[in-house]
Design a protein around this ligand. Structure first.
Ligand SMILES: C[S@@+](CC[C@H](N)C(=O)[O-])C[C@H]1O[C@@H](n2cnc3c(N)ncnc32)[C@H](O)[C@@H]1O
Length: 267
C-alpha cells in the first residue's frame, strides 16, 4: 500500500472523542460542481492505529466507481469485504443499495469505527464481523449481488483466505460479481494467476485513473487497477468452496500448495 491517504478536505483535530490523531475527512461525489444529486460522506480516520482506520487510495477509487455506476447499485444487495473506513460501501448505501459492511472479527476498533461512520452519515448499513477464510454463521446469511473490496489485495499470505471467501460468496449467489481496486505491483500476472487458481474470470480490468475526475486523480498515487470478477464456470464448483456447515473454523490450503508460493514471488 502506498502511504498517501488521499482524503479530500481533511479536517484535523475534529475528533468526536477528542483524540488528537483522529480526523474527519470529507469526500464529495457529484458529476459537476452544480450537480444537485451530489453528496458528501464523512469518514472518521485515525492515523496512529490500524490499516483499517484510514481511507486508502484504492477506496477513493472504488467509491468513485460506485458513484459513477450508481444506477447499477441502486436497489442491489452489496457486501463490502475488509471495509475499514467503508467509503465505497457508504456511497453504495447512499445511492440506494442495501449494504453490509464487514471486517475482521479480531479488529474491534475497526468494526467500532465502521459503526461510528455509518451513524455519522445517518445510513442504514448492517455491520458484520467477517474474517476471510473463516466460515461462521454470518457468512451464510449474506446474499450479495455485488461484493466490494478496496485494497484487500496487499498481503500475499492473506490471498487464499480472501479468495476462498470471495469464491464462496460468488458460488452461493448466482450472477454476483466481486469488484475490487488494488495497487498493481506485478503487471497483471497476479490477478491472472488468482483467477485460474480460484475458478474465476476477470470481466473488466481498468486503470482507476481512466475514470477518476482530475481533482481526485491528482490526490492519488501509485498504479491502481479496478477489476470486476465473476465465476468462470457458474455451473461447476469454484475451487475449494464447498461449505455446508455454519460453524466457525479456518479454512486453509495445504502448506505444500506450490501455487501459493508462486503468488508470493509475484509481489
Ligand atoms: C488496507 S486496509 C483497506 C481498508 C479499506 N477497504 C480502504 O481501502 O480504505 C485492509 C482492510 O482489510 C481488513 N482485513 C485484513 N485482513 C482481514 C481478514 N483476514 N479478514 C477480514 N478483513 C481483513 C483490515 O482490517 C482492513 O480494514
Amino acid at each position: 500500500m502506498d502511504s498517501d491517504v488521499g482524503g479530500e478536505a481533511a479536517t484535523t483535530n475534529n475528533s468526536p472523542d477528542g483524540d488528537q490523531m483522529t480526523t474527519i475527512s470529507l469526500h464529495f461525489f457529484s458529476d459537476d460542481a452544480d450537480d444537485d444529486d451530489g453528496f458528501s460522506i464523512q469518514i472518521i480516520e485515525n492515523m496512529k492505529e490500524d490499516y483499517g482506520l484510514f481511507v486508502w487510495p484504492s477506496s477513493i477509487a472504488l467509491a468513485e466507481y460506485v458513484w459513477q455506476q450508481r444506477s447499477r447499485f441502486s436497489g442491489t444487495s452489496v457486501v463490502e469485504l475488509g471495509a475499514g473506513t467503508s467509503l465505497p460501501g457508504l456511497v453504495a448505501a447512499k445511492v440506494g443499495a442495501e449494504v453490509t459492511l464487514t471486517d475482521d472479527f479480531n479488529r474491534v476498533e475497526v468494526l467500532e469505527n465502521i459503526r461510528k461512520v455509518r451513524d455519522l452519515n445517518k445510513l442504514q448499513c448492517t455491520v458484520v464481523e467477517l474474517t476471510w477464510g473463516v466460515w461462521d454463521a454470518h457468512i451464510f446469511d449474506l446474499h450479495p449481488q455485488i461484493i466490494l473490496g478496496a485494497d484487500v489485495l496487499y498481503e500475499t499470505s492473506a490471498f487464499d483466505n480472501l479468495f476462498s471467501t470471495v469464491a464462496f460468496l460468488l458460488q452461493k449467489n448466482p450472477g454476483s460479481v466481486f469488484i475490487t481496486t488494488y495497487h498493481n505491483r506485478s503487471g497483471h500476472h497476479l490477478i491472472e494467476f488468482l483467477m485460474v487458481k480460484w475458478g474465476l474470470k476477470c470481466i473488466k480490468l481498468v486503470d482507476a485513473f481512466s475514470f477518476m475526475p482530475s481533482d481526485k486523480a491528482a490526490e492519488l498515487g501509485g498504479n491502481i487497477q479496478l477489476a470486476e470478477i465473476v465465476l468462470d464456470n457458474p455451473q461447476g464448483r469454484a475451487a475449494s468452496t464447498d461449505r455446508s456447515a455454519p460453524k466457525r473454523h479456518r479454512f486453509s490450503l495445504s502448506q505444500k500448495d506450490p501455487v501459493t508460493k508462486s503468488a508470493d514471488s509475484m509481489m
